[in-house]
Design a protein around this ligand. Sequence first.
Ligand code: E4P
Length: 223
Amino acid sequence: MQLVIDSANIEKIKKLNEYFPIDGVTTNPSLIVKERKPFLPLLKEIRSVIGDEKELFVQTIAKAAEDIVEEARFICDTLSGNVIVKVPVTSEGIKAIRLLKDDSIRTLATTVYTPMHAFLAAKAGAEYVAPYVNRIDNLTGNGVNVISEIIQIFSQHNLPCKVLAASFKNVQQIHNVCLAGAHGVTASPELIELLIENPSVEANVMQFRKEWLDQFGEEIVNL
Ligand code: E4P
């Protein structure tokens, strides 16, 4: 199961990539704009932080299928390493995913809100779909159920497409999509850091350390 950082912030990506078993980085236009840096140099910087092996997901902006394809080719020609192009699930997007598949360009279908969006994207040849769990919840849908149904459809019909669950507001949602069988999650740096937060761990570690130091002092390395 993949753990992906949903951010374009270099410092946060550097830190998480150093501490946690990260598989890649997803970006979107809003995340890029937030950094107030030129698009391609920023993506190249992210690439240099995570290395060529890990997956870097970059979203297209164009609306028409042919323009999406052109953008996708440009992104793949410009960036090194494992690049996956994120394409929104409009009709034009689905057409573009199909054309990109013929071109051997890997895609992730983004802005997925329903199992039928995911079905169409998988049929068109997307390697991943990214259902927006929290945004679905905010529309009084059930994001985790959408994930479960997509997984069921893909497995019942042998559709070789992975579910990278996206858009989270809290750790409980991430926990639930892990249980539902998502192939991966992409979450903000703040939420990834929260996955390990637990006041009991800190209290336990302090207690163990105190008892040890009371008995042996700082002589730990000489034992
Ligand atoms: C990921 O691919 C999406 O761009 C992202 O997860 C959306 O998350 P948000 O709903 O927190 O903006």
